[in-house]
Design a protein around this ligand. Structure first.
Ligand SMILES: Nc1ncnc2c1ncn2[C@@H]1O[C@H](COP(=O)(O)OP(=O)(O)O)[C@@H](O)[C@H]1O
Ligand SMILES: [Mg+2]
Length: 1575
């Protein structure tokens, strides 16, 4: 098929060898011998057989290597999802790929533009709504191959090019065409195009999410299937007609209608069914599903009693409940708009047909007989509304009209049966057409037709058929397939050529087998069909004569290629169709083509009483005729009725016209086994189907040109290593040309286009070989270097250890030497010491002896000396005693003589003094005179003392006088103080009148002046006292002086008096100083105290004493206020802010605020303080509903500036909840004054406004208002709850006095309504809010969680591998994890700071996390070429960040929502080499279903350096998928953006006592005033 040079066949090359059983068998080249011209290749097949191919080089070059076996692809490619990406594109490769994929449970495979769908014969989890959504908006190739991808392609092309599209679904019976077509229809009907602008989206969607039209379109399926499908041996639900469904779109791309065209309903099935097959489902449904009464009416019973139903034998299908199906059919008919009556008329007609079949025709003498009393006949005619007798007559007779007369002839029983059956077939065919017509009318009326902008057609038509016996039906079918194949070939070819042109490469016309001659043979002017028509119109025409005509015309050499006459038959012919030669039996062609009913029956039926039948016949035939009209006119003038063949041809031509005017997409369904077994693959069967559906032909076409294409980038990525790295660079095109120049010498083998490089077949293999060689080379080089490195390392290690060992040894030797030296030295030392010891001992002995000798000698000498000394001393002593005695005797003698001389001298002197004293005694009178003089002096001094003490007394008296005076002053002062106290008391009494006060004041003034004068007096006295003190001190001095003099003379003269005086003086002094300090220190307090007193008075009484109580000396009350207003708190700041010009200054608390002027209802300005009663004012305020409403709605809700959330400095509850609290307050007031109706209106307005307001925001902006109002509404709800509780306790909120009459009943109703409404409002806000949040989050999830890569070092870029790092950097996704976490933070912060209940926060966050988990998991599941372990790491890291977020936000359990994703990432990172690894994966990922695991593993993106996952493992994983297991889902149920599940309204909050907090910046005078008054 494809050609490769012999070079590619190296040892170990895998190839495919033809095999009888399995088609192809894999083998490996074991040896290759090229000797001269001869070539000998030996292969070893997988089942262990040797096979030798011998040929010659010349032969090979002549046949373009056709004898060499096709090559097998590397395992990595063997499950490629696009056949065209295979390196070796050959039949076995294609087959093997489809097979491998099928066994891995991948039923879809692309082959270029064609989608190959292999029937799984089992329900697979591939068609849920999530998957539909996943494919929406994706390019083909982004996700796994799928019918949805084709549908999406068609849809996008329609939007893009504004053209019509067709999807052709073909394949054998039972291959899954109808199923695929239904999936395509379902896709269009239920896909929700996200890119579509919101406003043109379906508005009239029903519960299923589909619009009415879409539901109707889907409903056509059960209808068409029950009337047009039957059980055959090949398919339990085989469509016995072809169908082209146009889905019509308006200019907004909404489905607005549909149109069905049907082709060739198999009529013969109505009257005959082969063994085990069935008639059309509807009959069995009717027999088993009709209610008893209807059964009786229509005389129906079990299917087995009807001839038309029991021929096949079994009338039930395993697993199909006809009764239930009947209901489905009825429901579908109703959906289409067919009334129940009409439905029963249809069924009636069907019943009639069954009875016709039961008409018993017997034969006697070659004439058919039908009994008049035949029950079936009677019932049938009764049901049909025709005359029994006429019908019976024309059953057994025939009228022949010649030119002159009418002849009535009897019919044989066989002929009669044919007539009977033809009538039935005729009616049924008309009924079918009528149904199609009705469906079309209801799905595409005139209004719809006007608005159609484009349509997408789905063609579900039987594929090529070829049985043992082929008849007219097969002929028509194969004819249709020839046409479709031609179209397909042309399309593929055109695309191919277009690509060449687009890429601007030189191309030459590619040969492809055009089947036009075959088509000509069938439909040409003198073709098989026209001959058949001609023959059919001849009254005497027979199959035989027609067949002979065919031989005449076509059994010649020109047509030989397509038409042959079989050797052994004269009633058959062979046509060589593109897929196969088919032998047709000519028998019955004519009759089937004619498809006539005798005219008599026609008229009979036309004249029926059964109006419905008449309608069916006229409408039914009206549809078929116009199509054939033009054709009929042309071909034959005599033709009255068009033949089936011509009708079919005409409709086919029109179909081809339609298809050719549209873009076409192809789905080829393959039936993998005959037995309809799940996952069983029969290669020969598939191969023949691949051939028949033209897939192999396309491959052949592309192989003839340049089958392999690579974009520059792809090429560079794979083959960059073929050139040296110096060439690598960002310019891929240049790099490509370098690579190509370097590796391919023959320039014909490739062409460089605009964006791609085109290669001839086989070049890829060649390049692959080069690549492999090059890689091997590189590996060898690397190995070499590595080995060198290793050896060098080893050598170095060896060397260093040798040196170490040497050193160690040397050390040992040196140590022993050292030891020896040490021992020597020690010996010497010991010897030395010993010697020393001996010598010393000797020496000491000698020394001792000498000592003793010396001692003895010295003793003798010393003793001699001592004797001498004693003698000397004794002689000296004797001498001294003698000398002493002599000296003492001399001294005593001298002393005795001196004393005698002295006494003699003293006696002489005493005698002289005596003589003198005797003379002095004679003069005594002189002494008396001196004593007298002394006496006089004493007297004089005494007198003097007396005088002084007198003087002292007078001074004393004076001091006492002064003391008295001071005492009087003190008394006076005390009196004054008492007065002042009195006065203070008097002023304290508030009742004192102004006059009295004045007098008091005057009195005080006088007192004050008096006080001033006495102050002056005191000052004077002060100076005097000073003067006196100094005088006293002077006197004191004098006294002291005098006292000293007296003491001098008289000793202590009256000291007691002096002491007393002194004491007195000191006490006086003390008193004086006390008086002085009193004058300076104690006198100021009175005014001070006075001031204090007034201050307090001003503080407490300023409300009562209006502003005239201002006194010059007192602080005005404004001053302290001013001082107090120094901003301290934030609230004060707000107040300070409010004091700025332009804004109304408002204080926080109303009690302290300046009385505001407000407008009364009448418009006059008045001071509220002037209002007599607060109640009345409240009433008035409440009555002014408009203003109040306006303030609340506009000020408090609509234009409210929501406080910003903050976690560090959270706003207080009242700063957040004040709107709710104020509204509650108002409501309470309203109830109190009986404004029930008004409050109801107020609540309604408030709720409406809040709801609208919250809905106004979108995206990020919605976060704050949503949370804010959620919390506020909950506050309101809590209030309502409290009110209800009070109500149930019977507490009447109405005021005792004033107000409107209070209606308890109204109130009761109101409270319950309000509570209920608030609950709904909270619910609504939650949902709208969640919707916005989710919408916003939804956009972020995939870019942030799946696509963003925050782990440096593990960045991957799926398509761009190693080399791409030179070319492009990784693209950054639209959102990062930071964005996502920021978003969560924002939501969290808003809810936290707005006091939203923890339960709600948890609910919100859980829901958001769930959205993240599910959306990203589903996305990951669907991605191709993405799931690498690096990606998994990135995603895991991203999840960890979310987990951390959860943990740090008190919601660790939130991560449960991400468990699926977590496990998926683990799965991707785990090893997948052995079955044991897979077991581990199943254990670790216990949460994932087998399908999900299978999907992820089969999607695993193998890096260049990893081994691909082996097919065995993939198969094992696929086998784990359990058929029909409802729990084994693929996609998780997507969290709907619209619906956030049930909302648990949290329990009501504690209602705080009324608080009329209103932020300063809000200017709402009415509300404010009401608040003031209410609290
Ligand atoms: N994609 C599919 N998934 C599951 N079962 C399928 C699928 N396609 C076909 N089948 C099975 O094959 C049977 C035959 O398919 P059907 O579409 O009726 O074949 P056709 O129309 O080609 O004759 C269906 O009844 C269904 O059981
Ligand atoms: Mg079908």
């Amino acid at each position: 098929m494809t050609s490769h040079s012999l070079d590619v066949y190296g040892k170990g090359t895998a190839v495919w060898l033809q095999d009888d059983k399995t088609g192809w068998i894999s083998a490996q080249l074991v040896s290759k011998d090229v000797s001269g011209d001869n070539v000998k290749l030996t292969f070893l097949t997988d089942d262990g057989k040797d096979l030798v191919i011998e040929t010659t080089l010349t032969k090979l070059s002549k046949t373009n290597n056709a004898e060499l076996p096709p090559l097998r692809n590397p395992p990595m490619l063997e499950s490629a999802d696009d056949l065209t990406s295979l390196s070796y594109l050959n039949e076995p490769a294609v087959l093997h790929t489809i097979r491998t994929r099928y066994l891995q449970r991948n039923i879809y495979t692309y082959s270029g533009i064609v989608l190959i769908a292999t029937n799984p014969f089992q329900n697979v989890a591939l068609y849920t709504q999530d998957i539909i959504q996943a494919y929406s908006g994706k390019r083909r190739g982004e996700l796994e191959p799928h019918v949805f991808a084709i549908a999406e392609d068609a849809y996008r092309a329609m939007l893009r090019e504004k053209g019509n599209q067709t999807i052709v679904v073909s394949g054998e019976s039972g291959a899954g065409k109808t199923a695929s077509a239904k999936f395509v229809m379902r896709y269009f009907a239920s896909v929700d195009d996200k890119e579509k602008p919101q406003d043109v989206k379906k508005s009239n969607a029903t519960a299923s999410g589909m619009s009415e039209v879409e539901e109707q379109i889907m409903a056509t399926n059960p209808i068409m299937e029950s009337f047009g499908n039957a059980k055959t041996t090949r398919n339990d639900n085989s469509s016995r007609f072809g169908k082209y469904l146009e889905i019509q779109f308006d200019k907004n791309h909404n489905i607005i209608g549909a149109k069905i065209r049907t082709y060739l309903l198999e009529r013969s099935r109505l009257v005959y069914q082969p063994e085990t097959e069935r008639n059309y489902h509807i009959f069995y449904q009717l027999c088993s599903g009709a209610p008893p009464s209807e059964k009786k009416n229509l005389d129906l019973g079990d299917y087995s009693q009807f001839h038309y139903l029991n021929q096949g034998g079994s009338g039930t299908i395993l697993g199909v409940d006809d009764t239930a199906e009947f209901e489905t059919t009825q429901k579908a008919l109703s959906t289409i708009g067919i009334t129940i009556q009409t439905q029963w008329q249809i069924f009636k007609l069907c019943a009639a047909l069954l009875h016709i079949g039961n008409i018993d025709i017997t034969e006697s003498r070659n004439t058919a007989i039908v009994s008049e009393t035949d029950q079936a006949l009677i019932t049938a005619t009764k049901l049909l509304g025709i005359k029994t007798e006429d019908f019976r007559k024309w059953l057994v007779k025939k009228q022949i009209v010649t030119r002159s007369e009418k002849i009535v002839k009897d019919l044989s029983a066989q002929q009669a049966t044919v007539v009977r059956d033809s009538v039935a077939k005729y009616i049924y065919a008309n009924l079918f057409d009528w149904l199609v017509n009705i469906i079309n009318e209801s799905l595409s009326n005139e209004e719809v037709t006007k608005n159609i902008s484009n349509f997408i057609g789905v063609l579900d038509i039987y594929g090529f058929e070829h049985f043992k016996k082929n008849s007219f039906e097969q002929f028509c079918i194969n004819y249709a397939n020839e046409k479709l194949q031609q179209q397909f070939n042309q399309h593929v070819f055109k695309l191919e050529q277009e690509e060449y042109v687009r890429e601007k490469i030189n191309w030459t016309f590619i040969e492809f087998s055009d089947n036009q001659p075959c088509i000509d043979l069938i439909e040409g002017k003198i073709g098989i069909l026209s001959l058949l028509d001609e023959e059919s119109r001849l009254p005497a025409g027979t199959d035989n004569s027609w067949c002979n005509k065919l031989y005449q015309h076509f059994d010649n050499p020109t047509c030989k290629k397509y038409f042959q006459k079989p050797r052994f038959s004269s009633l058959s012919f062979t046509i060589s169709h593109y897929a196969h030669d088919v032998i047709y039996e000519a028998e019955n062609f004519l009759e089937k083509n004619r498809d006539t009913v005798p005219d008599e029956h026609l008229t009979l039926l036309k004249n029926t009483d059964f109006e419905f039948l008449e309608d069916v016949l006229t409408k039914g035939s009206a549809i078929t005729s116009p199509a054939a009209k033009s054709d009929a006119k042309r071909s034959s003038v005599i033709a009255k009725k068009p033949t089936l063949g011509s009708i079919f041809k005409a409709s086919l031509i029109s179909l081809m016209e339609t298809i050719n005017s549209t873009n076409v997409y192809y789905i080829r369904c393959i039936k993998p086994n005959e037995a309809k077994m799940a996952w069983k693959f029969e290669p020969p069967m598939v191969l023949s189907q691949l051939r028949a559906c033209g897939v192999l032909e396309t491959i052949r076409i592309s192989c003839a040109g340049y089958p392999s294409r690579w974009t520059f980038d792809e090429f560079v990525q794979r083959y960059y290593m073929l050139v040296r790295s110096k060439h690598w660079g960002p310019d891929t095109k240049k790099l490509c040309s370098v690579i190509l120049d370097d590796s391919i010498k023959d320039p014909d083998k490739y062409q460089v286009g605009m964006t791609k490089i085109f290669f001839r077949a086989g070049m890829l293999a060649y390049l692959e070989r080069l690549r492999l060689d090059r890689l091997n080379e590189c590996v060898t080089l690397m190995q070499k270097n590595m080995l060198r490195h290793m050896h060098k390392k080893r050598y170095q290690a060896l060397k260093s250890s040798t040196i170490k060992i040497q050193a160690l040894y040397r050390r040992r030797v040196a140590m022993s030497e050292l030891k020896r030296l040490r021992e020597e030295k020690a010996a010497i030392t010991i010897q030395k010491n010993w010697r020393r010891y001996i010598q010393r001992k000797r020496y000491l002995r000698a020394k001792k002896a000498i000592h003793k000798l010396q001692i003895a000698v010295r003793g003798v000498i010393t003793r001699q000396k001592f004797e001498d000394l004693r003698r000397n001393a004794a002689s000296t002593r004797i001498q001294s005693v003698y000398r002493g005695w002599v000296a003492r005797r001399d001294y005593k003698m001298t002393l005795k003589r001196i004393i005698y001389i002295q006494s003699c001298l003293r006696r002489r002197l005493a005698r002289a003094e005596l003589k003198m004293m005797k003379i002095e005694a004679r003069s005594a009178s002189h002494y008396k005179e001196v004593s007298y003089k002394l006496e006089n002096k004493v007297i004089e001094l005494t007198q003097n003392l007396e005088q002084k003490s007198q003087e002292n007394k007078t001074l004393e008296a004076r001091t006492t006088a002064l003391e008295g005076q001071i005492k009087s002053w003190i008394e006076r002062y005390e009196k004054l103080e008492a007065d002042a106290n009195n006065f203070k008391n008097s002023t304290k009494q508030s009742t004192i009148g102004i006059d009295e006060f004045k007098t008091l004041q005057n009195e005080k003034e006088t007192l004050e002046s008096r006080y001033r004068t006495s102050l002056e007096n005191i000052k004077k006295q002060d100076t005097e006292i000073q003067r006196l003190t100094s005088e006293i001190s002077k006197k004191d001095d004098e006294v002291a002086r005098l006292r000293a003099t007296t003491a001098k003379y008289k000793g202590a003269e009256d000291p007691a008096t002096v002491l007393a005086l002194k004491q007195e003086i000191s006490t006086l002094r003390e008193q004086l100083s006390k008086v002085k300090s009193g004058v300076r220190g104690t006198s100021p307090p009175p005014p001070h105290r006075q001031e204090n007193g007034f201050l307090t008075a001003a503080g407490s009484s300023s409300l009562k004493l209006p502003s005239q109580s201002r006194r010059p000396r007192r602080h005005s009350s404004a001053e302290p206020n001013e001082a107090r207003r120094k901003p301290k708190t934030s609230v004060d700041l707000v107040m300070a802010e409010a004091k700025k010009p332009g804004l109304r200054p408002v204080t926080v608390s109303y009690t302290q605020m300046n009385v505001p002027k407000i407008r009364s209802p009448s418009g006059r300005i008045h001071l509220p303080g002037v209002e007599d009663e607060p109640e009345e004012e409240i009433m008035k305020l409440l009555e002014d509903e408009e203003t109040l409403d306006e303030e609340i709605i506009n000020g408090l809700i609509k234009s409210l500036k929501i406080p910003l959330p903050s976690l560090q400095n959270p706003p207080s509850q009242k700063e957040i909840l004040f709107p709710a609290r104020l509204i509650s307050l108002l409501a309470k007031q309203m109830w109190k004054f009986g404004f029930i109706k008004e409050s109801e209106r107020l609540f309604a307005n408030v709720m409406k406004t809040i709801q609208e307001h919250v809905m106004d925001f979108e995206g990020d902006e919605a976060i704050l208002p949503g949370a804010y109002w959620l919390s506020n509404v909950h506050e309101l709800l809590s209030f309502a709850n409290a009110a209800e509780r009070d109500m149930l306790r019977g507490i009447n909120p109405a005021a005792e006095s004033g107000g409107k009459p209070f209606e308890w009943h109204d109130y009761e109703r109101l409270v319950s309504i309000v509570k209920h409404d608030l609950e709904s409002l909270e619910y609504n806000i939650y949902h709208t809010w969640m919707k916005e949040l989710k919408k916003r989050l939804f956009k972020m999830v995939i870019p942030a969680v799946i696509e963003s890569q925050s782990l440096p070092g593990f960045i991957t870029n799926e398509t761009n591998r190693f080399i791409t790092k030179f070319i492009t950097g990784p693209t950054t996704p639209a959102f990062s994890m930071d964005d996502l976490l920021n978003f969560l933070n924002k939501v969290w912060k808003a809810m936290k700071s707005y006091y939203v209940e923890m339960s709600v926060i948890q609910q919100v966050v859980t829901e958001l996390l769930k959205l993240i988990g599910v959306t990203s998991f589903n996305d990951l599941l669907m991605r191709r070429n993405f799931c690498s372990w690096k990606r998994a790491m990135q995603i895991q890291y991203n999840i960890t960040r979310i987990e951390e977020w959860c943990k740090s936000h008190e919601m660790p359990e939130g991560t449960l929502q991400l468990e699926h994703l977590m496990q998926a990432t683990k799965l991707l990172q785990l090893k997948k080499a052995t079955l044991g690894d897979i077991e581990i994966i199943y254990d670790v990922c216990w949460m994932l279903t087998p399908t999900q695991i299978q999907k992820l593993i089969s999607h695993y993106f193998v890096a260049d350096y990893e081994n691909p996952i082996s097919p065995e493992i993939l198969k094992a994983v696929a086998n784990r998928v359990v058929a029909n297991d409802k729990t084994d889902i693929l996609m998780l149920d997507a969290t709907p953006l619209e619906d956030s599940g049930p909302f648990e309204v949290p329990s009501p909050r504690e209602v705080t006592p009324p608080d009329n907090y209103l932020p300063a910046w809000l200017n709402l005078p009415h509300v404010k005033r009401l608040g003031t008054l209410a609290t």
